[in-house]
Design a protein around this ligand. Structure first.
Ligand SMILES: [Zn+2]
Length: 477
């Protein structure tokens, strides 16, 4: 006789919930998209059953192919990096009949019978577990050792059926290569739901139709994650993580890498680089001979975001002096928005740097040639030289203030910002230099020898101190 409790228990096994496991969450949203829903909570028991059946059919189709090199065998090949030695890709399947393989794959993708449940709770969601699951079903789970979270003698995680199905759905929400895969995760459910659904759409041709993925260049996982971020229409509310992983049976020295991106940077990239003109300007600043800008930008965005301001400002200051093109003007705007929105510089400090830039522009722009600007640019290479330059000019300014000015050229608060040993001194110095260039450009100052002077600065061989890592943090102050 079926009791109401039984009905509840059965219903729970057809309802997915979001847990604290990032890859389960990606899988949960992938399964949601496969079921044609936009949120896990919308999925009915029938919708869940249909989605699980669709995944099983994809697995059966792959399992019946003769080899990973056969036409349409992409999913058969890629499945090895998610479900190694599972019924869909185990070498023994070539010795079995077609019907045996179908039955084995479908049995693998069917919830264990109630009487076989272990009487434990799912380690992820706390509902009734339907069995113990290991590496064959759960990426990065141990293959045989006993884990702390499972009773002795059981080589696996106690999981409920919906949580297992989320792991079965994980590949649909990942960027697939055939080997190492990557998944974008965030605790912002709306964002995660949207980017995962898009990935599910892309993967239809690879998983269901078995078409191979195209060749990709360097930092492809980062590039694709950046593209997904740029294509997202709403505000990003939480940090983002990029999981790069493989679940192959062959031990990998680095089966999982996680690259985090803080929310302010994610939102800046989405908002600013969603505009094509801004993206192209940043890509131009990042491009190197023979290397397009986007992979390098994507790498820094996920691995070393502090470099972004360095790269953009370095590009601007190497343009012909005091004659900025549209791209440089855009980049200057981006640098300042990056400083306040991503680096958290406060508006008063940034405005204070802009005030100083106006005074510096008055000093270097007083000459019809670029020679004073050139000296000033060179002084930016070492913190101590810049300080010396500012001190000398401040004295000259006090003795003979330029017309239409009032007050000192530089204040103590500005000095503190620029030469702060522990803080962001270098970043303020970078902003000061581009603000001076912007100011001169705005004033219409065009030295006759500007292009030559810029080339001399660029060709002088010595990197600007502000880009030299050993000087990072104002070490030569
Ligand atoms: Zn569960």
């Amino acid at each position: 006789m079926t009791t109401p409790v039984d009905v509840d228990v059965t219903a729970a096994q057809a309802r997915i919930v979001l847990t604290a496991h990032p890859l389960q969450r990606v899988g949960a949203f992938a399964l949601t998209a496969i079921a044609g829903c936009s949120e896990p909570g919308q999925m009915t028991a029938d919708g869940f059953a249909t989605a699980v059946r669709r995944m099983a059919e994809d697995a059966v189709r792959a399992a019946l192919l003769p080899s990973t090199t056969a036409e349409g065998a992409f999913w058969l090949k890629a499945s090895g990096s998610f479900f190694p030695n599972s019924k869909m890709n185990h070498p023994s399947r070539v010795r079995r009949s077609r019907q045996e393989n179908i039955d084995l794959v479908l049995a693998w993708r069917t919830m264990p019978a109630r009487e076989c449940w272990p009487g434990r709770c799912c380690v992820l969601c706390g509902r009734d577990a339907v069995g113990y699951f290991a590496k064959v079903d759960v990426p990065l789970a141990e293959s045989e050792q006993t884990r702390n979270s499972t009773p002795r003698g059981h080589a696996g995680l106690a999981l409920c059926w919906p949580c297992v199905c989320c792991f079965h759905a994980l590949p649909y929400g990942c960027r697939l290569t055939g080997g190492q895969s990557s998944a974008v995760h965030s605790w912002d459910d709306r964002f995660l739901g949207r980017v995962t659904a898009r990935q599910v759409g892309t993967n239809h041709r690879h998983i269901t139709l078995g078409q191979p993925v195209g060749k990709s260049g360097g930092y492809a996982a980062e590039v694709e994650a950046l593209d997904r971020l740029r294509g997202y229409e709403d505000d990003v509310l939480e940090d983002i993580e990029l999981f790069v992983f493989t679940n192959y049976n062959v031990p990998s020295p680095n089966p999982l890498q996680v690259h985090g991106m803080e929310q302010p940077l994610a939102e800046w990239l989405r908002r600013r680089l969603g505009r094509a003109a801004d993206l192209h300007a940043v890509e131009a600043a990042y491009s190197r001979p023979g290397i397009p800008g986007r992979p390098l930008l994507a790498r820094d965005a996920f691995r070393d975001p502090t470099r972004i301001l360095q790269v953009l400002t370095a590009f601007i200051r190497e343009r012909p002096m005091a004659a900025l093109d549209e791209r440089c003007r855009r980049l200057i705007g981006l640098c300042f928005s990056f400083a306040s929105e991503v680096m958290g510089m406060n508006d008063e400090d940034v405005e204070s740097i802009r005030r100083l830039a106006r005074n510096v522009a008055t000093v270097v722009g007083a000459e019809p040639t670029a020679s004073a600007l050139k000296k000033y640019q060179v002084a930016h290479r070492r913190s101590a030289d810049l300080r010396g330059w500012l001190e000398r000019e401040a004295v000259a300014w006090a003795l003979k203030p330029p017309a239409d000015t009032s007050g000192p050229m530089v204040g103590t608060a500005q000095f503190r910002l620029l030469f702060d040993r522990d803080g962001q001194g270098w970043d303020y110095q970078r902003l000061l230099l581009i603000a001076v260039l912007e100011e001169l450009d705005g004033r219409g100052w065009r030295p006759a020898d500007g292009a030559t002077a810029a080339r001399e600065i660029r060709d002088s061989g010595e990197p600007m101190a502000a880009d030299s890592n050993e000087n990072e943090g104002g070490g030569d102050n």
